[in-house]
Every structure is written in C-alpha cells, then in structure tokens.
Design a protein around this ligand. Structure first.
Ligand SMILES: *Cc1c(COP(=O)(O)O)cnc(C)c1O
Length: 360
C-alpha cells in the first residue's frame, strides 16, 4: 500500500515470475480468480459456439459454467470409481465427438489425473487439454508439476485452497501465443497496460479483442508471494494429516479412502481429505453429529450433471459418479490442524457411524 501503486504492477509481475519458476512453466499469468483462469484458458484455446468440451461431472461447477460462457457445450464424463475420483480415460474417450475441442481435467483433491492416458486419447485428435489445477499446486505427475501437463494449467487462490490469498488465480503455459492471448483478454484486449504507460513505455493503446477486467491487484500479489513461500511446508503438513486419517479409518466400519496407491499419495498436494462412507450410510446424520462437536465437513462435489441448470441438457449416464457422490465426505484438512484435533475428528466419525448413521 505504501508503494502507492495498487493495481497490476511490479508485485504481480514478481508473483507471476515466482509461480512460473515454482511450476517450471515458461509463463504464469495472474488473474482475479480460478474461474477467470479457466474461462481465459478456454477462450485462448479457441473454444466457442459449436464446440464441445468434455469434463468430469465430479468437479466444482465453475468448470462447466465457463464452458457455457464461451458458447461451447459441456459434455460430462464419469470417474474411475471409489478408488479413483479422477476422470475415467475410457469414458472420456466415449464422450468425444467430432465437435470436441477441449478436455478440462481435474486433479481431484490434489491427486494427479492419469495424464499419460489422457494425452494418448487427446493428442492424436488435436484436442486441447486444460488442467483445472485448483486443488493441485505443488502436486506432480512423473516429476512434473500439475498445471504444466496440458496446454494451460489453471490455479485458484480462493480462501480455502492450498495457496490462499482470499481471491485470485493463475494460468501457466509453455505456449507463447496462448500466453499473449491470455494477457490481452485479462485486461480489456488492450495492447499496453496502465503500468507500461506510467513508466513512459507507451503513450496509447489499441484494443485488438473483446477482453475482460480479470486483473489481480498488487495487494493480493504481495500476499500471494508470501503464501507461495509457505506452500510446500503446508502441503507436507496436509500430507501427514491425511496419512493419519487414512491409517485410522481406511477399512474401519466400512469406510474407504480413494487413491490408495502410495505413489498417488506421494504425488498429491492433499487439498482435500475425502473419505467414502459405506453404501447406504446416512451422510446428513453423520455430518450433523460432527457439526454438533464443532467439526466442519463438506461434500466435494454434488455432481454438476445433477444441478438444475445442467440436468436437462446432460444425457450421458455417469453411474460411478452418481454412486460415489452419495458417499463422499470431506474431513477437515489444513496445515494448522493439530494432532489432537485430528484424533477428535476420527473418534467423532467412528462414533457417529456406530450410533447408527452407518446403517441403511
Ligand atoms: C476453487 C475452484 C475453482 C474456482 O476457483 P475460484 O478462484 O473460486 O474462482 C474451480 N475449480 C476447482 C476444482 C476449484 O476447487
């Protein structure tokens, strides 16, 4: 604030450079939200009316809303099943058609999607891959950071994410033309920025496309720089807590954890601690019992294809998504969560299940 320059300027540039470095990407472009990042990624990749974009229904609704806003049609695909909440490559392939322009993959809960299988399907057909990496800053796939495994990776700095700023987002890409287009779309399609003109680097500007105001401001970039420095220790703390939940609960009273391979846990950013309740368990009763003990839980996610805005237009059957969506429960997970608090969550969940919420 003391610098006197509050909108997009040197701190945004420093945050972008540091984030690009962290990911190992040529370009990082800061925007006002993860949703804005996804929208600009789709637009820069050329998605528009007449195109179809395939994405898993088990994601946050933003991913589908932005597809709709480009004029393209979202087509939903199924997940692997209770063991793998990422998209199922076989069903992705089945969802493709002649109009498919792009696929938006999610790294659910921070666990990397099988990007080799996805690219084997998309590359021969020239289908663009956009990563919704909102859960996955710091996660890796065969040693490469999530967000750098497709054409564009999109991150969110919303309050509850691994790199929280309040609001904010970032796109990363190695493609110079995509980066240039995203930078234009971020600020009204103008060819020069206020900061450039302030420094005397430009006196006027042209408008070459119909852009948006999706800029990030200096205050958020300053916070983001500090938070980026804490990301890896935070992710490590999340991993420890997630491992404790898994050790104490997996296989107990019918509870089941997805992503059980050690490599998946090693690679994950551990954004969410998701457990699957036994089939037929009464999730709202479990959640109520935990809530009465001061434990917040949530559900990631009510599937997009079942929301009123999408149900009438969604015709593909997604049986594994439908099954798992009834059973997922997200437990508290944040780096500052203390060991004794984790034990209270574990005891409370088991108590709720044995009190009858686990029964049909
Ligand atoms: C948070 C989130 C978004 C949207 O990000 P915002 O910064 O809140 O706009 C999109 N996709 C996923 C998977 C998310 O978790």
């Amino acid at each position: 604030m003391a610098s006197g320059w509050w909108s997009m300027g040197p701190r945004v540039a420093a945050f972008e450079d540091a984030f690009a470095d962290f990911c190992g990407a040529s370009h990082a472009i800061a925007v006002s939200s993860g949703t804005a990042a996804l929208q600009l990624a789709l637009l820069a990749a050329g998605c528009g009316p007449g195109d179809e974009v395939v994405l898993p229904s088990l994601n946050f609704v933003a991913a589908a809303n932005v597809v709709t806003h480009t004029g393209a049609t979202p087509i939903f695909c199924d997940i692997g099943g209770p063991h793998d909440l990422n998209l199922d490559p076989g069903d992705l392939e089945a969802a493709l058609g002649p109009a498919t322009r792009a696929v938006v993959v999610l790294h659910y809960g921070g666990f990397p999607c099988d990007m080799d299988a996805v690219r084997r399907i998309t590359d021969p057909r020239d289908i663009v891959v956009i990563e919704d990496a909102a859960h996955a800053p710091g996660a890796t796939w065969h040693g490469r950071r999530c967000g750098t495994l497709g054409l564009v990776g999109c991150f969110s700095f919303f309050t509850n994410k691994n790199l929280p700023v309040g609001e904010g987002g970032m796109l990363v890409t190695d493609d110079d033309a995509i980066a240039e287009r995203v930078r234009l779309l971020r600020s009204h399609g103008m060819t020069t920025l206020t900061w450039d003109r302030h420094r005397g680097h430009a006196h006027s500007y042209d408008v070459v496309t119909e852009g948006f105001n999706y800029r990030l401001d200096e205050l958020r970039a300053a916070i983001g720089l500090v938070q980026l420095g804490r990301l890896e220790t935070g992710n490590a703390a999340r991993a420890q807590i997630a491992a404790r939940y898994r050790a104490a609960l997996d296989g107990v009273q019918g509870l089941q954890f997805p992503f059980s391979e050690p490599e998946a846990q090693e690679a994950s950013a551990h954004h969410l601690a998701v457990v699957l309740l036994p089939p037929g368990a009464r999730r709202e009763i479990v959640r109520g019992a935990l809530d009465r003990r001061g434990i917040q839980t949530s559900v990631h996610y009510p599937p997009i294809h079942r929301f009123s805005a999408y149900a009438a237009r969604s015709h593909r059957r997604l049986p594994r998504t439908d099954d798992v969506a009834e059973r997922v429960l997200t437990l508290p997970l944040f780096p500052q969560l203390e060991a004794d608090q984790v034990e209270v969550v574990i005891e409370s969940l088991l108590a709720a299940l044995s009190a009858g919420a686990g029964a049909r």
